[in-house]
Design a protein around this ligand. Structure first.
Ligand code: GUN
Length: 293
């Protein structure tokens, strides 16, 4: 039987560790860490994710500020708001929830975020710090995956890790972290990969971050592999009140019996990304408090 990599449970443990640190800081007369979240437009999934992030802040005792803007906001105006958060000494870290409307450049907006407040770890400086091995704030999703593996005592050194998907948020930074911190042998696959199954079948640890429900089937996975599913796509489900359910990139029911460990969707990587956001915000706060002596 495979063991479930229970991101929900691990994230709950991390949150309780953070909550106890925040309590200690507060009892010693210090302020609470403060996260700001910018959301643009009315994408339903984004609002749900942001709601989860706010609930997590509440659970650990962080202050939070939610800044909501219409989808018609100009890029210049959004950048002005970012610059004011960069300057605001009460804010330890902030994120700009993605996706953004098409008229706004994600690249341009991201690069306006001060790296020491970039708790998503999206800026070029934080991305590059994976390779220089002097991480400032690590990209949240890969950080969460590395932490999940660590808490289940899964050793990556020397293992064949295959990452499917090379996105800027997940696949690309994770492959570098598995290589650098994880000392793994890493193969990165993407939509131009010729024979995907030939690569995935070779994986001791298979990570899939594509956003295509059910992409990874039983015959693509080696017996005893460890499988991490980053995909969370909303698919229609009329039996649910919400009208949808979340599906991962892995055909869980058929793949799970072949694995030694596997993440569920939901309840695997998603809660770990939020836990990483909290860990990064705490780190940004501690760095800023030390600076103030
Ligand atoms: N959209 C999907 N995932 C993420 C994330 O981790 N951070 C932000 N800011 N937006 C997202």
């Amino acid at each position: 039987m495979p063991e479930k990599l229970d991101g929900k449970q691990v994230a709950a443990a991390i949150k309780s560790e953070i909550a106890s640190k925040v309590k200690d800081y507060r009892e010693s007369g210090k302020r609470a860490p403060h996260l700001a979240i910018i959301i643009v437009g009315d994408d339903g999934a984004s609002h749900t994710y942001v709601g989860g992030k706010i609930n997590a802040c509440k659970a650990v005792g962080f202050d939070y500020t939610l800044m909501q803007f219409a989808g018609t906001i100009s890029e210049a105006k959004l950048i002005k708001h970012i610059e004011s958060l960069n300057e605001d000494e009460d804010i330890d870290g902030f994120i700009v929830q993605l996706p953004l409307p098409e008229h706004i450049s994600v690249e341009k907006v991201t690069e306006c975020i001060a790296p020491e407040k970039d708790v998503d770890g999206f800026t070029n400086q934080n991305f590059g710090s994976i390779v220089t091995q002097h991480p400032l704030l690590l990209p949240a999703t890969p950080f969460g995956i590395m932490e999940l593996l660590k808490r289940y005592d899964i050793v990556t050194q020397g293992q064949n890790c295959v990452v499917v998907g090379a996105s800027r948020i997940a696949g690309a930074p994770l492959s570098l972290m598995l290589l650098q911190q994880g000392m793994a042998t890493v193969t990165v696959c993407h939509k131009y990969t010729k024979d995907l199954a030939a690569h995935t079948r070779n994986a001791d640890i298979l990570v899939v971050a594509v956003g295509k429900p059910g992409l990874i089937t039983e015959e693509m996975v080696k017996e005893g592999a460890i499988v991490i599913d980053v995909g969370t796509t909303r698919v229609e489900d009329k039996t649910r009140k919400s009208g949808f359910r979340l599906r991962g990139d892995v055909d869980y029911d058929h793949v799970a019996p072949k694995t030694s460990f596997i993440t569920p969707v939901p309840g695997g990587v998603g809660p770990m990304t939020i836990a990483s956001l909290l860990m990064n915000t705490l780190r940004a706060y501690e760095t800023s408090e030390q600076g103030e002596g």
